[in-house]
Design a protein around this ligand. Structure first.
Ligand SMILES: Nc1ncnc2c1ncn2[C@@H]1O[C@H](COP(=O)(O)OP(=O)(O)OP(=O)(O)O)[C@@H](O)[C@H]1O
Length: 259
């Protein structure tokens, strides 16, 4: 089962939503563990997981399916959402606000108490089995106002806010996922705390747990901690030279000069 260190009681909330046939919206910054959480819960509940990374070109047909033409005949091919409904799987739509607006037409009847997926092109109406669950995520941080979720969409979902884990939890993640020693894990979490306190307009996002795991991996493979932080955290966060210098200064202050 994929390792997941719980931040609060989100595992119980997810299990309840699944049992009550309620869809779930997970909000949180990039790299805070949303995907890992869903992977963990799908394994725990014994359901297959179908993940779709949404992008601005993703349409309802990409989710539901389309007719494919070949050898002079036409065959219907299920999209990932249709497959998930048929299999009673958990479907995870990552960064759903990126998707084209026509996707709401298929998501709304599936997310409310009708739990049906209308397949316009074949005229089918699929009823979702009790095991099916719709999970969507979005990152409220870098949405512009126009791109936020519509109230009529968000009010169909139970909501869960995840953030970067508390220091003790984050240290345990770095030890397990990044193979860090307790001392290195503690340093990296201290660094993250310092970086997250900075309010710099040049930074779209701050140091995520994902970046810390990457730094921990480099360090556990023998790279000096400062160099690992430079590669995995500082240069990953900004392209602006002044910002990079300032961030690197924070790294030096927290992890020291060793390379
Ligand atoms: N609570 C956690 N337990 C275990 N690992 C975690 C946890 N949080 C973060 N991680 C680690 O951080 C990495 C990134 O997490 P994940 O991919 O779940 O982030 P995300 O919130 O889905 O990011 P994005 O919004 O960019 O898709 C994981 O691969 C894992 O190594």
């Amino acid at each position: 089962m994929p390792f997941y260190a719980e931040q609060g009681d989100e595992c119980a909330l997810f299990a309840q939503c699944h049992a009550q046939q309620l869809p779930l919206l997970i909000k949180g910054p990039t790299g805070c563990g949303k995907t890992r959480f869903v992977e963990h819960m799908a394994a725990r509940l014994g359901r297959p997981l179908i993940t779709v990374s949404c992008h601005d070109d993703l349409s309802a047909a990409d989710l539901v399916g389309r007719h494919l033409i070949g050898n002079g005949s036409t065959v219907w091919a299920d999209g990932p959402l249709t497959r998930a409904v048929r299999e009673g799987a958990i479907v995870y739509l990552d960064e759903v606000v990126e998707a084209r607006k026509d996707t709401t037409v298929v998501l709304h009847p599936l997310a409310d108490d009708r739990r049906i997926l209308p397949i316009e092109r074949t005229g089918e109406q699929l009823k979702a089995p009790p095991e099916f669950m719709l999970v969507i995520s979005y990152n409220p941080g870098y949405q512009n106002l126009l791109k936020g979720l519509k109230p009529s969409t968000r009010q169909r979902f139970t909501a869960l806010t995840l953030n970067y884990p508390a220091p003790a939890v984050e240290r345990s993640i770095l030890e397990k996922e990044g193979h860090a020693s307790p001392a290195v894990a503690a340093r990296l979490v201290q660094l993250a705390q310092a970086l997250r306190r900075l309010t710099d307009h040049d930074l779209e996002e701050t140091a995520s747990t994902r970046l810390l795991v990457m730094a921990a991996r480099l360090a556990s493979a023998g790279m000096g901690l400062r160099q690992a932080c430079r590669a995995a955290v500082v240069d990953a966060l900004s392209d602006d030279l002044d910002t990079v210098i300032a961030l690197d200064e924070v790294v030096r202050a927290v992890v020291g000069d060793e390379d």
